[in-house]
Design a protein around this ligand. Structure first.
Ligand code: HEC
Length: 395
């Protein structure tokens, strides 16, 4: 019992930290992108200054100037922005261990997709995370990333292919988290392994009175552009585990493909505005079309729905029998499932009245998607899901 209670509060602590660190990181990164794009140059600016901006906030005015390479003299105090990113990754990785690796049988494995042991699934997850990042890093270092558009298209195809593969190895929820974790890792590694070290080398060169290698700054800029466009998709993937219709339906990988495309398109709208360019309003048409496509795809039902027999109006006794045999060992006032001490998320499915009351939740989690039972651990069948769907649909 204690292990289960402690893991619950560890998950709260690290989730809290993870969200706060990510807010701070994305907040400062959005701030600097907007600031950068809004800088205006003037003839009277000091030497080495590429532009200035005026801002008002918190009862005062800020006059910000940007030195392109560096000021003629290094300031004695310099604020670096890096711990926001590092903390996001570290807390996220611990959270992934607590939620996904320690509960791999529930949230990482789905035996109806691939019969993995928790250890195999954990190794697959960690191995593919490291490998995907290495491939990205190798592609960038080989100079491919200098060709922006082909690199963006190649990167997009790479991520969609990974998603497709993950949804055929891990549970839907595990696959969504996996692709989100890979994108997040790439983004933090960009800060840790390129942006900050290059900036440090530039500072060191300046302090030594040498001209810094312009390649250092260019590589850093390249990676920050990647991060800018990956921000919106990674957040969508990280919150997707609350939406069974996204991760637990048949075309879940195609939904990710749309999210991966929409994020950068929406970022483009704001980037253009910050530059003072005319706003590309078409972006919202594309975003709306994408969301409608996601809605339609998510209505396709669980992966195995195809094989289910069509069900006429089922009796409530049939429904009760299914829920009692597939769900109530966990969703009861006193669960009998090892490691589960209270009804998960407070959802009780142990009496006829509780089942009736939770009809919509049952439909979203177990009839229209295969989110529940987690990892299909109690082996509900496609026909049983069809019965639940017919019952929920007729209510
Ligand atoms: C092995 C235990 C187990 C079984 C069996 C199980 N669940 Fe769950 N259920 C969970 C856990 C754990 C969660 C919390 C998931 C999370 O943390 O996101 C959950 C969450 C839920 C939720 C709340 C989702 C939300 O976030 O709003 C619903 C509804 C649900 N289950 C329905 C079902 C139905 C219907 C069945 C049977 C078809 C079922 N569960 C079988 C463990 C189980």
């Amino acid at each position: 019992m204690w292990a289960s209670i402690i893991s619950e509060w560890l998950s709260l602590i690290f989730r809290w930290l993870h969200v706060i660190a990510a807010v701070a990181w994305i907040g400062s990164s959005f701030y600097f992108i907007a600031l950068d794009l809004s800088l205006k140059s003037r003839d009277s600016l000091p030497k080495g200054v590429m532009g200035e901006a005026w801002q008002v906030h918190g009862g005062g005015f800020y006059h910000i100037v940007k030195y392109l390479v560096a000021p003629s003299q290094m300031p004695s105090e310099l604020t670096w922005f890096k711990w926001e990113a590092y903390t996001t990754w570290l807390s996220g990785f611990v959270l992934m261990i607590v939620v996904y690796y320690l509960n791999a049988d529930l949230f990482l494995v789905d035996k109806s997709i691939l019969d993995l042991t928790p250890v195999q699934a954990g190794l697959f997850s960690f191995g593919s995370l490291a490998l995907a990042w290495l491939l990205y890093e190798a592609a960038c270092r080989s100079g491919l990333a200098r060709h922006e558009l082909p690199f963006a298209i190649g990167g997009y195809i790479f991520l969609v292919a990974l998603t497709f593969a993950f949804t055929h190895v891990l549970s839907g929820r595990g696959a969504f988290n996996q692709i989100g974790a890979i994108i997040g890792t790439i983004m933090v590694a960009n800060v840790f392994a390129v942006i900050i070290p290059n900036q440090k080398k530039i500072v060191a060169a300046l302090l030594a009175g040498e001209a810094p290698d312009p390649k250092l700054g260019k590589a850093g800029k390249e990676r920050s552009v990647h991060n800018n466009y990956l921000t919106l998709p990674v957040v969508a993937l990280m919150i997707s585990n609350h939406y069974p219709l996204l991760f637990g339906t048949r075309y879940n990988w195609a939904i990710v493909a749309i999210v991966l495309a929409l994020g950068p398109v929406i970022r483009h709208f704001f980037n253009e505005r910050h530059k003072g360019h005319p706003s590309p309003w078409w972006v919202w048409g594309v975003a709306a079309a994408g969301m409608i496509a996601i809605l339609l795809l998510s209505a396709a039902g669980p992966r195995d729905a195809k094989t289910a027999a069509t069900v006429a109006q089922p009796t409530f006794a049939q429904v009760e029998e299914i829920v009692t045999s597939r769900c109530s060992m966990c969703h009861a006032a006193e669960p009998v499932w090892d490691g589960i001490v209270t009804a998960p998320k407070g959802v009780l499915l142990d009496t006829a009245e509780h089942i009736q009351r939770n009809a919509r939740l049952i439909a979203r989690n177990a009839a229209w998607s295969s989110a529940m039972p987690p990892g299909n651990i109690t082996e509900i069948t496609a026909d049983e899901r069809a019965v639940l769907a017919a019952w929920a649909g007729a209510r």
